[in-house]
Design a protein around this ligand. Structure first.
Ligand SMILES: [Zn+2]
Length: 333
C-alpha cells in the first residue's frame, strides 16, 4: 500500500517541515507538490527546498502542473493564458475562453519549459493532473458551448476527417478531442521521462467525452506511464460513496492491470459536509476491496486553508482522513 497527500498553500520551509512530519507520521509514502505557473516564476527555489526536504524525510516527491494553462486541474490562475491570448481555446460561440489549447504549438512548447523547471526542483514523479479541454461548468464557462475550434484544431480536424470542423460537438469532434489529449500526453510523458521524471496520470472521472478524457483505455496506453488513476470525488459529484468510488476504483484497477500500470485513486479530502466524515473511511475500504494499492488524498489538512472547498468541520475531517489511512494499512497488511 502506497499513501500520498497533496501539498499547497505554503512556501515557508519552516512550516513545511512541521507539516511534513505530520504526513510522515500518518503513513504517507509520497507528497504531491503543486507547482503552478506562479511557483514556476516566483517560488521555484522555495519549492525545490520543500522537494529536497520531502526526499530527505524518506518520502517520494511528486510535482503537479496545478492549473497550468487552465488545461490541468487546480485553483491557480494562468499567466501563460493572459500573455498569449492567441493560444486560448476558441469555443463554439466563436469567442475565446481563459484556457490554453492543448493543440497550440506555443502552449506545447511552454509545457516543455514547465517540465524542465519541474524536473529541476528535484521531484521524482510528474503528476498529470486532470488534463482536459474546456469544461463549461468550470469557472468562467459559458452554457451550451464546447471547445476547441481554434485555428489549429480546425486545421487538424480537417486533415483527419477531410471536412470542416462543425459547430456541433459530433462524435467525430469527440474522437478528435480524445486523440488530441492523448497526443498531448504522449509529448508530456516523453518530455518528462527525458528529464528523469516518472509519469503518473489522473483522469477526470465523468465518462462523458466533452472534456476529451473519456477513453481511459486509450490514455492508459500513453508511454512511458507508470501510474494510472482517477479522482471520484463523491461529495462534489453528489453521488453515493458506495456506487461512485467503487465503480471508478474497479474500472481503474482493470485498465491499469491490462496495461501493466499501478492503479491510483484519490480520496476527496475537501468540501466534506457536516456529519458525513465517516464516509472517508468507507471510501478507502471500498478502494482496498477493489484492489487499489495506491491511495492519495486531496489535500493537506482537509483543505481548510483553501476555504472555498473547506469542509464543514476541517479538524474532524482531517482526523477521519488519518483514520482512513490507518485502515488502508490494516487492510493491506
Ligand atoms: Zn484548439
Amino acid at each position: 500500500m502506497k499513501l500520498g497527500c497533496s501539498y499547497f498553500g505554503n512556501r515557508i520551509l519552516k512550516h513545511y517541515l512541521e507539516d511534513l512530519e505530520e504526513l510522515r507520521e500518518m503513513g504517507c509514502d509520497y507528497v504531491v507538490h503543486t507547482y503552478s505557473e506562479n511557483d514556476m516564476v516566483f517560488c521555484h527555489a522555495a519549492v525545490a527546498d520543500m522537494v529536497a526536504a520531502t526526499k530527505e524525510a524518506g518520502l517520494e516527491a511528486w510535482i503537479d502542473p496545478w492549473g497550468v494553462g487552465k488545461v490541468f486541474g487546480g485553483e491557480s490562475f494562468s499567466n501563460f493564458v493572459m500573455q498569449n491570448v492567441e493560444a486560448m481555446q476558441v469555443l463554439s460561440d466563436d469567442r475565446p475562453t481563459g484556457a490554453a489549447c492543448p493543440n497550440n504549438p506555443k502552449f506545447r512548447a511552454f509545457m516543455q519549459e514547465w517540465i524542465q523547471a519541474a524536473a529541476s526542483t528535484g521531484a521524482q514523479v510528474a503528476f498529470w493532473d486532470e488534463p482536459h479541454f474546456y469544461i463549461p461548468t468550470w469557472m468562467g464557462g459559458r452554457p451550451n458551448t464546447w471547445g476547441c475550434r481554434c485555428a489549429h484544431c480546425k486545421r487538424l480536424f480537417e486533415e483527419r476527417f477531410g471536412k470542416a470542423m462543425p459547430y456541433e460537438e459530433t462524435d467525430e469532434v469527440r474522437t478528435f478531442k480524445e486523440a488530441s489529449v492523448e497526443e498531448f500526453l504522449r509529448e508530456l510523458a516523453a518530455g518528462a521521462a527525458a528529464k528523469g521524471l516518472r509519469n503518473a496520470l489522473c483522469v477526470l472521472p465523468p465518462r462523458d467525452s466533452a472534456h476529451g478524457t473519456a477513453n481511459w483505455q486509450r490514455l492508459a496506453q500513453v508511454k512511458p506511464l507508470e501510474i494510472f488513476g482517477t479522482d471520484p470525488y463523491w461529495y462534489a459529484a453528489k453521488r453515493s460513496v458506495e456506487e461512485y468510488v467503487r465503480s471508478a476504483s474497479r474500472e481503474v484497477v482493470e485498465i491499469a492491470r491490462r496495461n501493466g500500470l499501478e492503479p491510483q485513486i484519490w480520496l476527496q479530502g475537501f468540501g466534506i459536509p457536516a456529519g458525513r466524515e465517516d464516509e472517508l473511511v468507507r471510501a478507502v475500504e471500498i478502494m482496498c476491496e477493489e484492489g487499489v494499492a495506491n491511495i492519495a488524498v486531496w489535500g493537506i489538512y482537509a483543505c481548510e486553508h483553501l476555504s472555498w472547498i473547506r469542509p464543514a468541520n476541517p479538524k474532524l475531517a482531517w482526523e477521519r482522513i488519518k483514520q482512513a489511512f490507518r485502515r488502508a494499512q490494516e487492510l493491506s497488511a
